[in-house]
Ligand binder design. Sequence first.
Ligand code: F6R
Length: 244
Amino acid sequence: MRILVQPTPDVVASLAASLLVARVRHQPDLVLGLATGMTMVPVYRELVLQQQLAAVSFARVRLFALDEYRGALPADLGSCRGFLDRHVLRPLAVGPAHIQMLDGRASDPDAECARYEDAIRAAGGIDVQLLGIGGNGHIGFNEPGSPFDSRTRVARLSEQTRQANAAQWGGSPVAVPADALTLGIGTILEARTCLLLAFGFGKAAAVAAAVDGPRTAEVPASALQMHGDVVCLLDEAAASQLAR
Ligand code: F6R
């Protein structure tokens, strides 16, 4: 894993955005996996800004959402679809043909997850996967205990995650859906490059466990140690418990 530490979240976000813009310049039909969550807000803000400044077209980029809450309506503020619409898709004017999302309301969620795996395969695989990390070490919605070879599937959210994401669902953890559809860890590990971002002291222990700790299903992000091309972009607070 390559670890890049910057003084503030804004500098990290700017660096992440410039890496992405450079990749799209090099490969205009890049397949990009998009995460949601607070970490991604400055990243997408910078991406939109830098894409305009650099005049790099994202018209051919193909996007895949990392996850979606089960039962979430597109209009729900907390839904991943709603988040991505607001922060990336509309600002970058991405057409519907270029974005794939998991349907949290699918009547057969297992079939929906299988469809998604097929869609990723048909696109030639994910070139760059953006990832945040949960305070408990989750990536996507792969909570502690998720097998490293897991595929896209329905996963149960931990109470800690529902608590952490409550603000996006009106403030109460009970309002946060109990389940989500998520790329599996095995699916994430097939992305050619993973960019893991984390900000703040609240993520420091999870980052240290993922980077320096043993590879264990109890820390889903530690699976990234097995991947040949992972870049961890951290602010100083998130890097504060690293061994190096
Ligand atoms: C979001 C996702 C999650 C978040 C993680 C961190 O699509 O898959 O793994 O990346 O929960 O969330 P924030 O950035 O809100 O701290």
